[in-house]
Ligand binder design. Structure first.
Ligand SMILES: Cc1cc2nc3c(=O)[nH]c(=O)nc-3n(C[C@H](O)[C@H](O)[C@H](O)COP(=O)(O)OP(=O)(O)OC[C@H]3O[C@@H](n4cnc5c(N)ncnc54)[C@H](O)[C@@H]3O)c2cc1C
Length: 570
């Protein structure tokens, strides 16, 4: 098959790129889940923009400063400036495209407080913002069905990338098990995050970092992978998210003694300090025995908000508490713990979302990336809540525009389709026909536990070295896994095995990156190096996979334009 452009991923980033292109060039979207099931649809709390409806003194400049400080000075300030400046028009545009935002009393788009934002800046649709945005974009994309082909339930296997040029993708039709190639002049990866490597996570099952690994396997570097965000309020034991909106609306965090413990850690912002700080505070309370009944959780208390506010602004959260823990937050506090939530790292890109392959920003021809799988880097070492839907929308659109320009003068490059298909077939057949006995489930469980507790909220050299040893051992065992289902039709066991291979591969990058970064910055906290070290470490990590499979690090400077690093107090 041939299309001018192939977009892998149908979340906000992929769809917002697609609608810039559809009707103008021939576009394909490849997605392993039906588009409206992309993880963007699970986003709850809102999308940030200084539209200044609720607080008239808000400006993009304040938004920029908050984001830079939130990033712990690892965010690139030029990219952040673009994002915050384009935020207000992006939100208005999404409203015009059909996103039903909640309203204030005067009928304007309502806004609420979020952690690390100095103004009420989050525009929201109750606590189903992502759902509303994703459906609006999906509906818009459907207008163009004549030149927009959606390959729904197709699984990306690899990127075709030779001599510095992306030429298409190899994918598996999940329904039939067939392997197919799409040739294209430009490829966009918008494959989302990678939280599934952790035991407790808010992420959808699909968030296994497939796109990130496909790029890495072609020698493209991965940036800042060690920066993984833990969200402070995951439902205890299951990790499902209780949006920060719950604290934005006034929810309290309480320890086992009934204390609002954030007083000790962030006296001015309290529960609305950035997520890295709140997660560490919570984990400290738990580790020091002040969890509820000494257990691994604390409480979020929403009862004082009252039934009406909860039903109007946080209805989904209430339902999740009832469905997963049997607790109604109108009546009782919810047990919560930090949950792996967001991937700050990813495929390095420039402001037009073109992938860059080295420290000097050399672009990969025809290869673009946007959304959570990309690293522009607007979030640095810690993302502020509601900045990620914004990033996916702003940079998805920019990617679409840049690709449109690129394909006008690009050609289809040679692809040996038969060879690509034969290679992919062989590796799947090898996996299916293996006579070994290793269990993928055991490997996955062990990986997730290791990443959560040895490479999680608190890290140190000893734990990270243990984590690395385990990841390498599991990767060796993975080569001998047994897949019981030998069938072709909807072989979810095979798909999960491929995803596990990806989880293992990028987990090694995370752990090695975390070992190398001997400082604490944003979400990356080393108890053996508890201070931020701007002299040595105000730089981005680039991890390369060499031809022999070994991993090599290079570093590139952070772009500072307006705000010099300062101590981060909240
Ligand atoms: C529970 C939750 C709540 C959140 N709430 C907020 C919030 O309130 N505000 C905010 O700003 N951010 C929030 N976030 C973060 C935000 O939702 C995401 O970062 C953002 O939606 C990512 O969008 P995306 O387009 O990059 O990827 P996604 O929406 O994750 O889409 C990824 C796409 O890639 C496709 N894909 C992946 N792998 C393959 C493959 N191998 N083959 C084919 N297709 C593939 C998937 O099918 C999917 O279509 C939240 C995240 C979670 C998990």
């Amino acid at each position: 098959m041939t299309h001018d452009v192939v977009i892998v991923g149908a979340g906000l980033a992929g769809l917002n790129a697609a609608i810039q292109l559809a009707g103008k060039v021939d576009v394909a979207i490849v997605t392993k889940v039906y588009p409206s099931r992309s993880h963007s649809g699970a986003a709850q709390g809102g999308v940030a923009a200084a539209v200044a409806n609720l607080e008239s003194d808000d400006t993009p400049e304040l938004h920029m400063y908050d984001t830079i400080k939130g990033s712990d000075y690892l965010g690139d300030q030029d990219a952040i400036e673009i994002m915050v400046n384009e935020a207000p028009e992006t939100v208005i545009e999404m409203e015009r495209l059909g996103c039903v935002f909640s309203r204030d009393e005067e009928g304007r788009i309502a806004q609420r407080a979020f952690g690390g934002h100095s103004r009420k800046r989050s525009c929201y649709a109750a606590d189903r913002t992502g759902h509303s945005l994703l459906h609006a974009l999906f509906e818009q994309s459907m207008k163009h069905d004549a030149n927009l082909t959606v390959y729904s339930e197709y699984f990306l296997l690899s990127l075709i990338y030779k001599e510095g040029v992306a030429r298409g993708v190899v994918m598996m039709n999940i329904l039939t098990g067939d392997i197919e190639v799409i040739r294209a002049k430009a490829v966009l990866f918008a494959t989302g995050g990678y939280g599934r490597a952790f035991e407790i996570t808010s992420n959808a099952f699909a968030n296994t970092g497939d796109g990130i690994v496909a790029a890495y396997r072609q020698g493209i570097p991965l940036q800042d992978m060690e920066c993984v965000q833990f969200h402070p309020t995951g439902l205890y034991g299951v990790g499902i998210l209780v949006s920060e909106a719950a604290r934005g609306e006034g929810g309290y965090l309480l320890n086992g003694k009934g204390e609002r413990f954030m007083e000790k850690y962030a006296p001015s912002k309290m529960e609305l300090a950035p997520r890295d700080i709140v997660s560490r505070s919570e984990q400290t309370e738990i580790n020091e025995g002040r969890g509820i009944n000494g257990e691994n959780y604390v409480h979020i208390d929403l009862r004082h908000l009252g039934r009406e506010t909860i039903l109007e602004r946080l209805p989904q959260i209430r339902q999740l508490g009832i469905d997963f823990l049997g607790i109604d937050c109108i009546e009782e506090p919810l047990p919560i713990q930090p949950t792996a939530h967001y991937s700050m790292g990813g495929i390095p890109v420039n402001h037009d979302c073109q992938v860059v392959v080295d420290q000097s920003g050399t672009p990969a021809r025809g290869f673009f990336s946007a959304g959570e799988c990309a690293c522009v880097s607007v979030h640095g070492a810690n993302r502020l809540g509601t900045n990620s839907l914004l990033e996916a929308l702003v940079f998805g659109k920019r990617a679409g525009k840049a690709i449109l320009k690129y394909v006008q003068s690009a050609e289809f490059e040679d692809v040996n389709e038969n060879e690509e298909i034969a290679n992919a077939r062989k590796s799947l057949d090898d996996l299916l026909s293996s006579a070994s006995t290793e269990s993928a489930n055991e490997i996955r469980t062990s990986l997730k536990e290791t990443m959560m507790w040895k490479c999680g909220v608190f890290r140190d050299k000893e734990k990270l070295e243990q984590a690395l040893e385990t990841v390498l051992e599991l990767s060796a065992r993975y080569k001998n896994i047994r897949i019981a289902d030998k069938g072709k039709v909807f072989n979810t066991e095979l798909q999960e095995a491929l995803e596990l291979g990806n989880l293992l591969e990028f987990s090694e990058v995370i752990v090695r990156g975390a070992l190398a970064r001997e400082e604490s910055r944003g979400a990356h906290f080393r108890t053996d190096f508890p201070k931020r070290d701007d002299e040595q470490w105000m730089k981005h990590t680039l991890a390369y996979k060499g031809p022999d499979g070994s991993l090599q690090f290079k570093y590139k400077p952070v772009i500072i334009t307006r705000y010099q690093p300062e101590e981060r107090k909240y």
